[in-house]
Write a protein that binds this ligand. Sequence first.
Ligand code: HEC
Length: 130
Amino acid sequence: MTSGKASLAAAVLLALLAVTAAAAAAPLGDAAPGVAIYERCQACHSLERNRTGPKHCGLLGRPAGGVAGFSYSAALRDSGIVWSKESLERFLEAPLTAVPGTRMGYAGVKDPQERADLIAFLAAAAPCKD
Ligand code: HEC
């Protein structure tokens, strides 16, 4: 039946559009290009040790403000955030909007694909050694 085929085609098209829309909302991250994007963060951060900003090893799953020995702002320490792909997505897009009063003086990463790649890189980083 022609109308059956047409509605099947419409359903397939709608499903494809839904997948495309979901992909546009949250692009899949790739850690390899994330390495180069992380260079922007290395003005203040490293994976292994505290600098102007706290070290980033073991970041995912840690509460915000959780690196011992780093002097955080009260705003970040008391934010109640636990770092996940979702919370990093919000924070890295606009740090000062996500956590008003944070001392991270950085405007953020505006490109959604760059953010996803950066978060994939941070998620893949080795755990802290100490
Ligand atoms: C100009 C220096 C600077 C740059 C550049 C910078 N940061 Fe930060 N970052 C900081 C400081 C300082 C803090 C601590 C903020 C606070 O205590 O409010 C921080 C905190 C963080 C935190 C919270 C960590 C924790 O232990 O709770 C994350 C995540 C983070 N930065 C990610 C990044 C990423 C990813 C980039 C690169 C896109 C970046 N930062 C660029 C200075 C910087």
